[in-house]
Design a protein around this ligand. Structure first.
Ligand code: IVH
Length: 673
């Protein structure tokens, strides 16, 4: 028997979480901090774990994902999910319109629904009695993959419909990545040494089709509806359908327009083509549909396409140019990216002289060779890419590009590992890798060393002063000041910064090491699970897999890093150089504020300088402004914008008393009376 108060509490928590989701996603505002939201969610997960009978098909806890599947079950679509026929020019569109006008035979020109054509993955959501029961991909239109646990993790998909939902409703729409979310994801992946996605559409498909829905839960996918499998009762047009879906809480595209006749459709097409780069998502055209249900019915369906709709594709922002050469860029993790050097060409508003070719498979598929004439595309803000090769119209083609067996920068061995698309230089002291590693070590999420930028990293490698990150800690002020564009003053302050960085906690230290797959977030979970670096280095893969966010792949990556003689050697030398990074699991003698970044604001009874000294003695770093790197804000009465900022960013806020309580744990941290 589930106690009544557990049931009541779970119900109340669900309502609260749904309320905050609605504010966040539908109204774009918040009433609570992320931290408070997470706390509500954690409590609900805890209750459902304690009393499994409390679990429900519409519980917001489903959004965190569940145990991995071995394969996706099939899901059958009846009526099938159709695709769209295309037109590519105004002329073709007008011809299509004339045929429609002829066949539907109305007195006045037909009304069309003009919608952006989102470039993602088609998905259908099956609701029964208002609860999301199943969800699946289009597949071949008749049978798709059942990706229910994954779709439940999408915050824009309601698990429970609002208002008065019908007994059964099948909503169809597109799962997409917003451009900003896509760029964040790729930046994060690159930082973590993972393969970036080629475009938002691939990222959406790759993220949704994960057997482990907990991975999908970490990817900010969006869903936008464009129709239903069958017309709901009383709904007789696309206009009223969109309003209806919106009332049920299902996201629809805000750019939909009703247009009477071809002329108005052409206007809407031009407006959307104009807006295209400013929209939050990639679109590749507009979809024009007959607005009225009865007219759609009259036009019917042929094979895989409805005859009442067409996709009017945008002209892609493409240009033709000559591929001069293919070069390889070496990243921090040794990844070799083939880059096309191009004869400069104007495309999508900018001049492009290089474009990515992604990896060996893509390169082979496109068969682009130096000397070829190629088509280059720029989609929104995404890096330009070579779409395909037109061969060499002027003469004989050069031989296909082959990945070298040795690194073009250091001559070290190059390998392509199983299940990986990328080739990597395996030499950890490759100058190109080293330069990127130093730069990463000093970055804000890692050791946050002001002054250790790209240029200096390059100089340190070129001059041979640094052969791995640990060498940074034996540099002298004199050596540094001899470097080009390095005065005595900047050399001095870099030394101070390096000195300070030795006190960093485990999270920053691990992030800085750049272990494949280990970014700031996972490093944070690891730091919460180990007392210090030594315990972590000795942990076996099983123990590592027990840490939140660490699956077998990351556990292996960590284990390999700490047992490879070269990488382990770097860590050992850092420890010899005075690093002793502690996790946030309190251990004997560990400073309670070790490695944390603290901001004081408002009036506190201690003089600021004394508060700062205490914090620093406990291993913390004190800064003046609140950012996402801040760990704790100590706020006294009269705190203003800094406190607000902290709340917005979900940063832990404590008062002076609590601060002193935390500091107590560290010996010698109290000021002498
Ligand atoms: S209607 C019965 N509307 O484009 C017609 N599709 O190329 C089915 N798409 O499979 C689709 N935006 O995944 C429709 N506003 C929109 C759309 C849209 C994107 C996708 C959809 C479809 C594909 C066809």
């Amino acid at each position: 028997m589930i106690p009544e108060d557990a049931r009541t509490e779970a119900g109340r928590l669900r309502e609260l979480i749904r309320h905050h989701n609605r504010l966040y996603y539908a109204e774009n505002r918040t009433e609570i901090t992320d931290g408070e939201y997470d706390a509500l969610m954690r409590r609900l997960v805890e209750l459902e774990k304690l009393w499994p009978g409390l679990k429900a098909d519409d519980s917001p806890t489903l959004r965190v994902g569940s145990e991995p599947l071995s394969q996706f079950p099939a899901i059958v679509w009846d009526p099938p999910m159709l695709s769209l026929d295309n037109v590519f020019s105004e002329e073709q569109f007008r011809e299509w319109d004339r045929r429609i006008a002829r066949e539907v035979q109305t007195e006045s020109p037909p009304v069309y629904s003009v919608e952006p054509k989102l470039d993602g993955l088609a998905v259908a959501l099956v609701y029964r009695e208002g609860i999301l029961e199943r969800a699946g991909t289009r597949g071949d239109g008749r049978e798709g993959e059942d990706v229910t646990p994954n779709v439940r993790t999408l915050r824009t998909v309601p698990l429970k419909l609002r208002g008065k939902p019908p007994g059964s409703l099948v909503v169809r729409g597109e799962v997409i990545f917003r451009r900003d979310d896509f760029q964040d994801l790729n930046r994060k992946r690159e930082k973590e040494g993972l393969e970036p996605f080629v475009n938002p559409r691939n990222a959406a498909s790759g993220s949704l089709r994960q057997l482990d829905s907990r991975i999908t839960a970490g990817r900010p996918l969006s869903f936008i509806a464009y129709g239903t499998a069958e017309w709901p009762d009383g709904i007789d047009s696309m206009r009223s359908l969109f309003r209806y879906l919106d009332r049920l809480g299902i996201p629809v595209n805000p750019w939909n327009e009703a247009c009477t006749g071809a002329e108005e459709v052409c206007g809407a097409y031009r407006r959307l083509a104009e807006e295209r780069d400013r929209l939050p998502w990639d679109i590749d055209g507009v979809v024009v549909k007959l607005d009225r249900a009865d007219m759609q019915g009259r036009m019917g369906v042929v094979s895989r396409f409805p005859r009442w709709a067409t996709a009017w594709k945008f002209r892609a922002e493409e240009a033709v140019t000559k591929l001069l050469d293919i070069e390889l860029q070496v990243g921090r993790t040794g990844r070799l990216t083939p880059v096309a050097r191009l004869e400069p060409v104007f495309v999508g508003g900018v001049t492009v002289s290089s474009a990515t070719l992604h990896n060996e498979d893509e390169l082979r598929r496109k068969d682009a060779r130096p000397g070829d004439t190629v088509i280059v595309r720029r989609a929104g803000d995404v890096i330009p890419e070579v779409v395909r090769s037109l061969g060499n119209p002027e003469g004989e083609r050069s031989v296909p590009f082959r990945f070298p067996a040795s690194c073009p920068v250091c001559g070290g061995p190059v390998a392509r590992e199983e299940n990986e698309a990328a080739h990597r230089c395996m030499n950890p002291s490759c100058p190109a890798r080293l330069r990127e590693s130093l730069f990463h070590w000093g970055s804000r999420d890692a050791l946050d060393i002001e002054g250790l930028g790209g240029k200096l990293s390059e100089q340190l490698v070129e001059t041979g002063l640094v052969r791995d990150v640990s060498d940074l800690y034996s540099l002298s002020e004199e050596q540094l000041s001899l470097l080009e564009r390095m005065g005595e003053k900047s050399a001095g302050s870099l030394i101070v910064q390096l000195e300070r960085s030795r006190k960093a906690g485990l999270q920053r230290f691990l992030t800085g090491l750049g272990i494949p797959g280990i970014g700031r977030t996972v490093a944070g979970f690891l730091a919460e699970s180990f007392q210090g670096i030594r315990e972590m280095m000795e942990a076996d893969e099983e123990t590592l897999t027990g840490v939140e966010g660490v699956g077998p792949v990351l556990a292996e990556s960590l284990h390999r890093f700490f047992h490879d003689p070269v990488t382990r050697g770097v860590v050992e030398r850092l420890l010899e150089a005075g690093f002793d990074p502690a996790g946030s699991v309190p251990g004997e003698g560990a400073g309670a504020l070790e490695g944390l970044t603290i901001v004081f604001t408002g009036s506190i009874s201690l003089p600021r300088s004394a508060a700062r000294t205490i914090a620093e003695k406990c291993g913390a770093r004190v800064t003046g402004s609140v950012s996402s790197n801040t760990d704790i804000v100590v706020a006294g009465p009269g705190s203003g914008s800094k406190l607000e900022q902290a709340r917005r960013l979900g940063i832990r806020v404590i008062d002076e008393e609590e601060f002193l309580e935390l500091a107590k744990g560290t010996e010698g941290s109290r000021p002498s009376p």
